[in-house]
Write a protein that binds this ligand. Structure first.
Ligand code: BGC
Length: 516
């Protein structure tokens, strides 16, 4: 009989903070680290186990921090290293683990590494990025596309070569075949582990590339169906990627190097964001012994939401591969997709009168599955997606490129609101904020909801506190097959001490838990 609880990360509920939009402390209209620290009591009160903070490192902010120009410095608009230390201390006092977001696949074109590398073919960092000669006709070396649109190769006149980027041209891909690159990145890991961080969310690990020329073309995805994909992602998904551009076997040397570093510290967690042609299979490879602890699962993040039947399929597909383990992390929402309650209201044909009940049900469902869960800031309030941001106020480069047909990712990134009647909902005293405050969110202001017994925040908090005392959730990562009629998702969570039947009814919008 297993009497020990699982490790923290195998069952953790992780609250994702998008720092730019959480809390401003110096009235510049941009959230910052001291702002986060001032709101840690609110997060701890919810009953989550950990926070994950999206990037706050030095960066020109072309992709809002996912374009890092120095991995060990804080971007001044977010604060200083001592602000980070204060945040860590307070989080640990409150019993919260702290995860930060490391971007190992690419950096900013303003990083000193790229600035040097792009100068010539023979400087000390000449081989730190993917530099490739043009084809005889001058064109790019392969047919690879960037996830944000257009080609994945950009021309550098100084070297007379192309360089690789899977996202913006200002996010050049690091060359992981170079041992010095790997060493520089493991040094980054040590720097933050030494500061006491409990884990990393590793950005876009599937796009790490360690290949060298000749690079292979991607094959056409002959089974491509647009489905619910936004128009802007369709060219990218008309190709298959896993035999050339993404998820290459050499990535595992990176996973192993990072794991070796993590294992020299106590109880640290590596969670990799991963996508691909067959993400579940790739996740198994990435989380094989000696590699990452878990990967971030995209099954519940479908852009247009999922019907009950699709939810069952999405969960089953992930569980079949990982039952009995904590090697996966589920999420319904993050800073890259429209907010969960809006997507799911749409997919399930529900209306705003169902918003609260649906949001609570989604939170309870994802947190009842095996493995860890990431909850995105504002889900605990039932915040809806913000689709009326004027074009001249948009910030996301991907959205700006394709507006107005595509709204990009600003819709889920508007600032948190804390008090309905305070300036900017209590987010900031500035005259204007980096993205507008969503008026519709004011009736769901965080500090006010946290003190109402009937709010989603309070009900979810009660659920999380109850969950911590259930061995079926804390002592084993086992679940039965999913059953239930067309509007139900039913499964058992099973440990040696307890079997809990979990039922999520999408008609009554109520979850019930019964001990067998
Ligand atoms: C992050 C995005 C970012 C991209 C490039 C992702 O997966 O979540 O926000 O734009 O990586 O770094």
């Amino acid at each position: 009989m297993t009497t020990d609880a699982l490790k923290w990360w195998e069952t953790a509920v992780i609250y994702q903070i998008y720092p730019r939009s959480f809390q401003d402390s110096n009235d510049d209209g941009i959230g910052d680290l001291p702002g986060i620290t001032s709101r840690l009591d609110y997060i701890a009160g919810l009953g989550v186990d950990a926070i994950w903070i999206s990037p706050f490192f030095q960066s020109p902010q072309k992709d809002f921090g996912y374009d890092v120009s120095d991995y060990c410095q804080i971007n001044p608009e977010y604060g200083s290293i001592s602000d980070f230390d204060n945040l860590m201390t307070r989080a640990h006092e409150l019993g919260l683990k702290v995860m930060i977001d490391i971007v190992p696949a690419h950096c900013s074109d303003e990083h000193a590494w790229f600035q040097e590398s792009r100068q010539s073919r023979d400087n000390p960092k000449a081989d730190w990025f993917h530099w490739v000669d043009p084809m005889p006709d001058g064109s790019a070396p392969t047919n690879w596309l960037s996830f944000f649109g257009g080609r994945a190769w950009t021309w550098e006149p100084r070297r007379q070569q192309y360089y690789l980027h899977n996202f913006l041209p200002s996010q050049p891909n690091l060359n992981h075949a170079n041992a010095d690159v790997q060493k520089a990145l493991t040094d980054v890991a040590k720097f933050w582990f030494d500061k006491g961080v409990d884990g990393f969310r590793l950005d876009a690990v599937h796009t790490i590339n360690a290949d060298t020329a000749p690079y292979q073309n991607n094959k056409a995805n002959v089974d491509f169906v647009p489905g619910d994909l936004p128009q802007q992602q369709q060219p990218f998904f008309r190709q298959l990627h896993d035999s050339a551009q993404l998820n290459q076997p050499a990535i595992q040397t990176f996973s192993e190097a990072f794991r070796a570093v993590a294992d020299t510290y106590d109880d640290r967690f590596l969670m990799g964001e991963l996508h691909g042609d067959d993400p579940v299979k790739a996740s198994q490879t990435f989380t094989a012994p000696g590699r990452l602890h878990a990967t971030y699962n995209f099954n519940l993040l479908a852009w247009a939401g999922l019907s009950v039947d699709e939810l069952k399929t999405a969960i089953t597909q992930a569980i079949e591969a990982f039952n009995g383990t904590g090697r996966l992390t589920f999420a319904f929402s993050n800073h890259d997709v429209p907010r969960s309650v809006s997507r799911q209201m749409n997919a399930l044909n529900l209306t705003p009168k169902d918003q609260d009940a649906l949001q609570l049900l989604l939170l309870q469902l994802e947190t009842s599955l095996i493995g860890s869960t990431c909850v995105y800031q504002g889900e605990e309030l039932g915040l809806e997606d913000v689709t009326d941001i004027p074009i001249d106020k948009m910030q996301d480069p991907w959205g700006i490129e394709f507006a107005p047909e595509f709204l990009g990712r600003d819709t889920c990134r508007t600032p948190m609101v804390w008090k309905a009647n305070a300036p900017n909902g209590g987010f900031s005293n500035a005259n204007s904020t980096w993205l507008p405050i969503a008026e519709g969110h004011l009736k769901r202001a965080g500090l006010e909801e946290a003190s109402k017994p009937a709010s989603i925040y309070q009900k979810y908090s009660n659920f999380l506190k109850w969950r911590r005392a259930q061995p079926a959730f804390t002592h084993a990562n086992e679940m039965s097959e999913i059953t239930g009629n067309a509007h139900q998702i039913i499964f058992d969570r099973i440990s040696d001490q307890q079997t809990l039947r979990c039922c999520f009814d999408f008609k009554s919008l109520v979850a019930t838990f019964e001990e067998a």
